[in-house]
Design a protein around this ligand. Structure first.
Ligand SMILES: [Zn+2]
Length: 299
């Protein structure tokens, strides 16, 4: 019988911010998500603690190509792993310069500190998987569900009645509320809601969130996320309409979400962990871009 392990990657020395999942199958251990290259040491240690070495991992599934999910995939590829990802993500992993440089415009000199580094993955090790595909690993069948909305290159992966949801089912840390990570460039609220419905209709018993870990009330979580998604996107709209610059929206957005977190009983440290896993300034920029594309008729 296969077994699922969660590895805490201690991103920025914070617990429960970014996870990766190791699944022991009849065909050896596989990974879902790798975390960024900056947390490689924790991934390596986590794999060893379960009783394996990096080179034992021959199959790696990425929910999408954002650095906090996929940034270390190239190192696993160097050790021989096949990397499964939505086809839209393949060119970016094969030639990561463009992805890296556009992120660098946002993160400037913090790039290496946050994400480490990224090298290209040979195309023959990149396997495109999308909606309805099934990858057979002996006693484990991985069903692939295309779930855009957070990112255009986003898949969720199902094993029996549990689903690994990457970012599409939101961020929920400890007993805190579920919130939507909304970084630019491809936030699409309409597609996101369709993806949430798709996940609900699969009637999973549990979800594994990359940020962070096992959730046993999928229906409640997915419905809760839709409410916060609507709330956040409506909060940003008036700022978009009156062309407030993002840097003056961020403190107001942070104050607004801080109140929501305090209402749910979170303390300052817990709010900080949410901020690491899901930075407010990213969500402000992502939601502004959503409104812009919507106004231009591109969504
Ligand atoms: Zn993401």
């Amino acid at each position: 019988m296969y077994k699922i392990h969660t590895i805490d990657l201690h991103f920025q020395s914070e617990k429960h911010s970014i996870g990766a999942f190791l699944i022991e199958t009849a065909k050896g251990p596989i990974l879902i998500e790798t975390g960024p290259e900056s947390t490689w040491e924790y991934l390596d240690k986590g794999i060893q603690k379960i009783g394996y070495e990096i080179k034992d991992i021959q199959h790696v599934f990425l929910t999408h190509i954002h650095f906090d999910h996929a940034g270390a995939a190239w190192k696993l590829a160097q050790n021989g792993a096949k990397i499964y990802v939505h086809p839209i993500g393949i060119p970016h992993l094969a030639n990561p310069e463009k992805l890296w440089n556009s992120a660098k415009m946002i993160y400037t000199d913090k790039m290496e500190l946050l994400w480490g580094k990224m090298e290209s993955i040979p195309e023959q090790q990149l396997i495109g998987v999308t909606d309805g595909d099934v990858v057979d690993l002996g006693d484990v069948q991985i069903k692939v569900w295309y779930t855009p909305g957070h990112a255009v290159h986003h898949n969720a992966y199902q094993i029996d009645d549990v689903i690994f949801t990457g970012d599409v089912a939101g961020v929920k840390i400890g007993d805190g509320p579920v919130v939507p990570p909304c970084p630019p460039p491809d936030i699409n609220i309409e597609l996101w809601k369709q993806s949430l419905k798709k996940l609900k209709d699969l009637k999973p018993r549990a979800l594994y969130l990359t940020h962070f870990d096992l959730q046993k009330n999928p229906d409640e979580l997915l419905s809760g996320l839709e409410i916060v998604l609507d709330d956040w996107v409506s909060f940003i709209k008036p700022f978009y309409d009156n062309q407030t610059p993002p840097e003056s929206i961020v403190p107001q957005f942070m104050e607004y979400t801080r109140k929501q977190f305090l209402d749910k009983g979170l303390n300052a440290e817990e709010i900080q962990t949410y901020e690491f896993a899901n930075p407010s300034w990213m969500s402000v920029n992502g939601l502004l871009r959503y409104w812009k594309l919507k106004e231009q008729g591109r969504i």
